[in-house]
Ligand binder design. Structure first.
Ligand SMILES: [Zn+2]
Length: 366
């Protein structure tokens, strides 16, 4: 399309420029019949008016400078060209509006969605690139586009921090193989955790038993699994020390195993916790919590206590996604009977390992 169209074109006119208008309007789906050739016929007039109406232009059927520029901007789709900040001549187009829309949807701030690649859009692209581990050059080329396509499907309304976490996890592949996973058996040593008259074992013993079963399964899947503590301890190990252990180990994930007890012996069920409060949360932690919770609920008769965001020390001090599973109530006769059964503890361990496996499965294959 010529950058400057000297004249106005309207119904009845003819010329080679008409062929280009026809081509653009046809590409945009406004023209069903393009048999008119280089003549500005009634069909083309209608198509121009449709287009003008859709773009918020004066609807007069006349193709002048505004309509020509709008036709040019409208035909760009994200991926058609390299997008960058050009100070002397700002790029404009629908592809830029799509880029701005995606960035906004993921929590970045390109400013108004105006289809103009200005400095604010440049800053937002740099910000996005930094968050996904690309060179922050502000140019939207193939690598940035690929990251945009991949992430805008799975991350919406998220904060940049959530996106960074998600991306870091998936960059290494789609199985638990090669990952470092810390399995934390709650309590231990002088800290027995919850106890109950219904059960010989304390929470610390049950947690350790399930943790070793989880460790075995994760190892079988090719992961490197570490327990935070041996079967017994000389002194209690606090949550911060467990978090430091996980951080030092360079863990990709942390799974902390607990059981619960309450004065009210009717309380039953399983609940899973991830790092989160009203302002922020770990998106991968939340997803892992949900996957583990769903697997346990599907495989056992434990009532679904759902997942919850908490800022407990282990969840907060760990630099990687961490979850804590509270499996059953030692104070409830049914749950206590389940927990005393090695077969049941095995099923729970299998469910947890399966949740971890699902975390690495691309969502499209899930
Ligand atoms: Zn506990």
């Amino acid at each position: 399309m010529p950058s400057s169209v000297p004249t106005l074109y309207r119904r009845g006119d003819s010329g080679t420029a008409i062929l280009e208008f026809r081509d653009r309007l046809n590409g945009l789906g406004h023209l069903s019949d393009d048999a008119g050739g280089d003549v500005f016929d009634e069909g083309l007039d209608l198509a121009v008016r449709h287009f003008q109406q859709q773009r918020g232009l004066l609807v007069d059927g006349i193709v002048g400078p505004h309509t020509v520029r709008a036709l040019d901007e409208a035909h760009w789709a994200l991926g058609d060209r390299l997008l960058s900040f050009q100070v002397s001549h700002l790029l404009r187009g629908d592809d830029i509006a799509q880029l701005q829309q995606r960035l906004t949807g993921m929590g970045f701030d390109p400013g108004r969605i105006d289809g103009i690649f200005g400095h604010q859009t440049f800053d937002a692209v740099c910000d996005f690139q930094r968050n996904v581990g690309l060179t922050p050059d502000g140019t939207c080329g193939p690598a940035t586009l690929a990251a945009l396509h991949r992430l805008s499907r799975s991350v919406t309304g998220g904060a940049p921090a959530a996106l960074r976490e998600h991306e870091a996890l998936l960059r290494q592949g789609s199985t638990p193989a090669g990952r470092i996973i810390v399995v934390d058996a709650g309590h231990g040593g002088p800290d027995a955790g919850c106890t109950s008259d219904l059960l010989e074992w304390s929470e610390a013993n049950i947690a350790f038993d399930i943790a070793t079963r989880v460790e075995g399964r994760l190892t079988a899947l090719g992961a490197t699994a570490f327990l935070t503590r041996p079967i017994d301890l000389d002194m209690a190990l606090d949550e911060q020390a467990r978090a430091e252990f996980s951080n030092t180990a360079g863990a990709d994930l942390v799974i902390s195993i607990h059981a619960d007890a309450l004065a009210n012996d009717a309380a039953r069920g399983v609940a899973t916790y991830f790092f989160g409060n009203a302002a922020t949360h770990s998106s991968v932690g939340q997803r892992l919590a949900q996957l583990i919770q769903d697997e346990i609920v599907a495989r056992t008769d434990l009532p679904d206590g759902r997942i919850h965001g908490k800022t407990w020390d282990l969840l907060r001090w760990t630099t990687m996604p961490a979850v804590r599973v509270e499996i059953g109530y030692l104070s409830n006769p049914t749950d206590a009977a389940r927990l005393s059964d090695p077969g049941f503890r095995d099923v729970v361990a299998e469910a947890i390992a399966s949740g971890v496996q699902h975390l690495f499965t691309p969502e499209s294959q899930d």
